[in-house]
Design a protein around this ligand. Sequence first.
Ligand SMILES: Cc1cc2nc3c(=O)[nH]c(=O)nc-3n(C[C@H](O)[C@H](O)[C@H](O)COP(=O)(O)OP(=O)(O)OC[C@H]3O[C@@H](n4cnc5c(N)ncnc54)[C@H](O)[C@@H]3O)c2cc1C
Length: 441
Amino acid sequence: MASDFITNWNNYPLAKSNVSSPVLAEDFSAQLSIGSPFIVRGNGRCYGDASLAPSVTSTLKFNRIIYFDDRKGIITCESGLLLTDILDVIMPRGWFLPVTPGTRFITVGGAVASDVHGKNHHKDGSFSQHVLSLKILTPKGDVIYCNASENSEYFWFTCGGMGLTGIILEVTFSLKKIETGYIRQVQIKSGGLDEVLDLFEQYGHYTYSVAWIDCLKTGSDFGRSILMLGEHATVPELNGARHAFPKKSSTLSVPFYFPSFVLNGLSVKAFNSVFYGKNYKKEMHSMATCESFFYPLDAILHWNRIYGKRGFVQYQFVIPKERGKEGVRNILNRISSKGWGSFLAVLKLFGTQQGPISFNMEGYTLALDIPINDKLFSFLDELDLMVKDYGGRIYLTKDARMKPEIFHSTYPNASNFVSFLNKVDPEKKIVSLLSRRLEIK
Ligand SMILES: Cc1cc2nc3c(=O)[nH]c(=O)nc-3n(C[C@H](O)[C@H](O)[C@H](O)COP(=O)(O)OP(=O)(O)OC[C@H]3O[C@@H](n4cnc5c(N)ncnc54)[C@H](O)[C@@H]3O)c2cc1C
């Protein structure tokens, strides 16, 4: 077992951990029987401390496909398999992930434990809604199977349960049928926040929708945005001009951590102006590869290094639909007035949600990256209170600093979750920095 400093995607916090990397399911059982507390880690793509602890068990070597029915579109795989490796197998056979986050470099175990959402939550829900069965090694050492109807309490508290209910060993889930590896994309420029929120409603029939927001603009341009809509393209829509499944494109890499002065308000403003200016027409139609539509950031490996060694926070909250417009407007206003920029402010519309502990709820969600500075955390504490007042909550997989009282008062099933964890893990064998910080375990 190697002892090392590890950190997740946002480079904060840094944790000294003993990391083991089991290859077989029996190795996970052996880890449990040793008795010292640990947390399971996928590919470390969360933004915070959810998969950090003094002792960490990585699933990255536990990554085989066990079963793939390419007629029905059903796959079973070990939890450490990356979505990118699943896509390599399923796409040429005409299938796609039912739900995918903005990076394909996460494990399927991580997708379940965070109950991730994509650009289609308003239509297709979150990842858990497509899971047919989970095989879990419980903290007591039992192997159980569960889904929405069998062992359903275990299932629902595992989806979005941030790895605290046990080790997800295998995931069986259904796939989405596609004819091509392309997305028919529409980009609509909007002059302000109210307009883009209305556009989400107007174009709610599109399967995929997401808006990029320039969160540094104030005054009449406040909240200017590009709404991106998409549908999987059919073969006739390609007009014979392209091969149905394109080759993967090459990637660039950020070679080192940028010094902190590189990312100041001016450089963010310049980036945002270029991005917004690029969409010179009010509405643009184009054909995008799935890769560029779903994973634009994956084209630059290690892009997290541009925020410097001190790291950054991704602040993602959701506000229920009834108060969503007002809430997003006021919180964004507060952030814009600070001028602490973000290249990325991403707005999405969520539909209804089933899981009791999942982050997602019907409403609007905004995510933005902010480099860490001395005053940031007290400012975010203020924003947390605004989110709470609007009936919203903060995404655990993106969190590294929320106070426990905010978690317990904004997640309506927090106390049921804690009681469930006390029942299934009375000896507290599975704990993370997040579960300690938020007083969950
Ligand atoms: C560029 C980028 C874009 C993103 N976009 C989105 C997005 O659009 N939507 C979204 O929802 N998320 C998004 N995310 C967040 C990411 O999808 C989640 O944090 C995901 O859980 C990371 O998976 P991972 O395999 O890296 O797991 P880790 O980050 O290592 O762990 C995340 C959580 O999963 C648990 N876990 C992992 N494997 C297991 C297992 N086998 N058993 C039990 N628990 C386990 C860990 O304990 C931890 O609590 C994005 C992240 C990045 C870096």
